[in-house]
Design a protein around this ligand. Structure first.
Ligand code: GLC
Length: 428
């Protein structure tokens, strides 16, 4: 699935006038943990949010399903509680995915939960419930829309491509104008199929060849213009990189995230966020992919924190809006670890010790938090970084850890009792 997506890789230019200044990004960098929510018309069939495209469902036939989408068991409070239980401080909700179905009231489209079966504005319900819990609820929005032939063939169906663009601009404007302060706008699909590339026997290539600037369809979308509009309405909103503009932070999704983790690089300069789901699809499918149980999420969260990032874990409510208990269990268990070890997570940055298979470190003020994944029997040895430490304690119970420090580094003796996945030790 991920391969099908054209990922936008824009080069980070720091003198970009659209970029938010660091002080406006501080809250996000400190928040660290987020809940991602994928829910929409596609949730009815439990075969992923790409079902319309991958199963080649006729546009009209797909649209008829909207009357069956009632969301009888969608409870925004329950979702907000799940976010709290995970230890999330912010969240994303799919206001509209690539199928074009809006979960809010759009003046420029009748294809919405407000004008069909459910007759409800789920985006408003979500924002109200999450705000009431003191969270920072943010919005996911995809401007590309499979219902428009212009997405696939923007030259042959130019009017359709322009209509899609107009719809995108109008809907972004609605989301930014009608729902109060929005902390993050998380675009997905700010591109065209094949970048809109088209070959003509007479005139050669139309659009941009892969690898050239604007090759993801920026020539149509004009993301700088779009985001200048966004910032005019919401001066403090953070923007992710998937509109075709570089954005305020990097996103590493699924495979990209594990590749980044394996690189053992600490990225504290440009903010970044890792995200992934319990399954290969983000909307609800039954069961959980092998290797994506609680341990995986605890380990991944710890690895992300030690590399300076934020971690976003995705839940897909079922077609009727209810939550799958097999899925929520993982959020509660992972959240238990996150909340217990919150001191080593919230407000921290990655390092100073280089991460590796042993684990990694996060830090805040004069404290270093070692997140230990593998503790060698004869002690964990870390290099000397010029800091002198005065104490070493396990974070969860405050019990002292035996340690020694000399010019070569620091050696921590393995305690009798270590935690099941990650043991956090606080060095002062
Ligand atoms: C991928 C998927 C898309 C999903 C997104 C979440 O791009 O293709 O369906 O919404 O990841 O980040």
């Amino acid at each position: 699935m991920a391969e099908m997506d054209l990922q936008i890789t824009a080069i980070a230019a720091t003198d970009d006038p659209l970029l938010l200044p660091p002080e406006k990004i501080q809250w996000y960098r400190d928040a660290k943990i987020g809940l991602y929510i994928h829910w929409g018309l596609y949730s009815l069939t439990q075969d992923g949010e790409w079902t319309m495209f991958l199963n080649g469902i006729d546009v009209d036939e797909y649209a008829e399903r909207a009357d069956l989408f009632a969301g009888d068991h969608f409870d925004a409070d329950e979702l907000a509680e799940l976010a709290v239980s995970l230890g999330a401080r912010y969240s994303y909700f799919t206001t509209r995915h690539h199928d074009g179905f809006c979960l809010y009231d759009s003046a420029v489209s009748d294809f919405s939960s407000v004008k069909t079966g459910a007759k409800r504005d789920f985006v408003r319900e979500y924002l109200d419930a999450f705000r009431a819990k003191g969270l920072e609820p943010a919005l996911y929005y995809s401007p590309m829309d499979w219902r428009f032939p212009g997405y696939f063939f923007p030259h042959m169906y130019h009017k359709s491509a322009l209509a899609m663009k107009q719809q995108g601009y109008a809907q972004v404007r609605e989301l930014m104008s009608n729902y109060g302060v929005i902390p993050v706008l998380w675009y997905d699909g700010g591109w065209l199929a094949h970048g809109g590339l088209h070959f003509s026997m007479k005139t050669g290539w139309h659009g941009r060849k892969p690898g050239t600037p604007g090759d993801q369809g920026q020539w149509l979308w004009e993301p700088e213009k779009l985001n200048a509009m966004v910032r005019e309405i919401q001066p403090d909103v953070l923007i992710n990189p998937r509109s075709g503009w570089q954005g305020d932070f990097d996103t590493y999704e699924a495979g990209q995230l594990y590749k980044f983790i394996d690189g053992n690089k600490i990225q504290n300069d440009r903010p970044w966020e890792g995200c992934d789901a319990l399954n290969a699809w983000w909307s609800h499918v039954p069961g959980i992919q092998e290797g994506r149980g609680t341990e995986h999420w605890i380990r991944t969260t710890s690895q992300v924190i030690c590399r300076g990032g934020n971690m976003m874990i995705n839940i897909g409510p079922m077609g009727d809006g209810s939550l799958d208990p097999e899925h929520t269990k993982i959020f509660h268990e992972t959240g238990e670890w996150i909340r217990e070890n919150g001191e080593a997570i919230y407000g921290t940055r990655g390092g100073p010790f280089e991460p590796g298979s042993w684990g990694g470190a996060s830090c805040r003020g004069d404290q270093v938090f070692l997140h230990i994944l593998e503790w060698p029997e004869d002690g964990l040895i870390l290099p000397d970084l010029g800091n002198t430490f005065s104490s070493a304690k396990k974070l969860v119970d405050g019990s002292p850890v035996e340690w020694e420090q000399d010019q070569k580094g620091i050696c921590l003796k393995k305690p009798e009792h270590i935690e099941p996945v990650v043991t956090v030790v606080v060095l002062k």
